[in-house]
Design a protein around this ligand. Sequence first.
Ligand code: 89Y
Length: 343
Amino acid sequence: MERKLRFAVIGTGFWANYQIPAWMELEGVELVALYNRTTSKAEILAHQFNVPHVYDSVPELLKNEKLDFVDIITDVDTHAPFSKLAAQKGVAVICQKPMAPKLPMARKMVDVCKKLRVPFFIHENFRWQAPIRKMKELLDSNVIGKVFKSRVTFCSAFPVFDNQPFLAELDEFILTDIGSHVLDICRFLFGEVRTLQCHTSTVNSKIKGEDVANVLMKMKSGMTCYAEISYASVMEYESFPQTFLLVEGEHGSIQLTRDCELRITTRQGTTSVSAKPKMYPWDDPAYALVHSSIVDCNRDIMNALQKKSKAETTGIDNLETVRLVHASYASAKKNKAIHMKDF
Ligand code: 89Y
């Protein structure tokens, strides 16, 4: 039998409660240690998931444990220092999105891992959601022909700040938080961006950063893609954490709406396919669509670590998403279009 990959989870906050059981769905890995600033929090999870060792120091953890990889689930400011510590020990790194608070730091993280020849991945899971994968499959089947435009919508009023209070303190909020996911979906479905124009605003007066961002992109393929992202949208149906899609091609359109239903319209009429996520007993129903995608994202990275295939969400790939996030901020700030080749 294949040896299990030994790993440690760095950070036991909100998302670790789902990231850990998602790893436990996979045969090929073994969680051997947890780190958290406040060890009492880590101890609760260690008890719950039978993890033998708990640390309040990352260097200590790396010194004592024999690891194949670390899964970094801390706040964004510690992603770079913790990645570097692991990479210096030759331990592969998986890091939550957003990779880093600023673009130069993200570039540095990719460089450090490259120089030290350590595999580096970003846990970017939205592109792994069942309906998003189905959309990609349909587009690849060419059922609507050459795509000329799309709308990618994540507009919600879900109280994210209740579970993740630090989000309210970020100077740059929605583009780094949900924008990272949404812009990654745009890249996954439609390829790379040539130019973009973005406008942002802050509706919720209790938060520091922006909670609305509208990004209009001209893709290298020639199509246009409009991403609308908001946590200030009070709608008839609260849709968190769904991303809605409308893609138009020369022969028809595909619409992903509520209930994970994809409606395909051509001149012959409309058909529909359903792409519901697999449910797990540890899912929080409010986040189920995302929780199931964590398993698929982890599997993709695990297969790469076992040298069975290449992962989609490598650090190098995700740097393009980070570039889109910060090009969007630059565009909003200067009120002008950004050419990605100059950014
Ligand atoms: O942090 C965010 C994420 O990655 O998914 C949803 C979220 O928890 C709040 O926007």
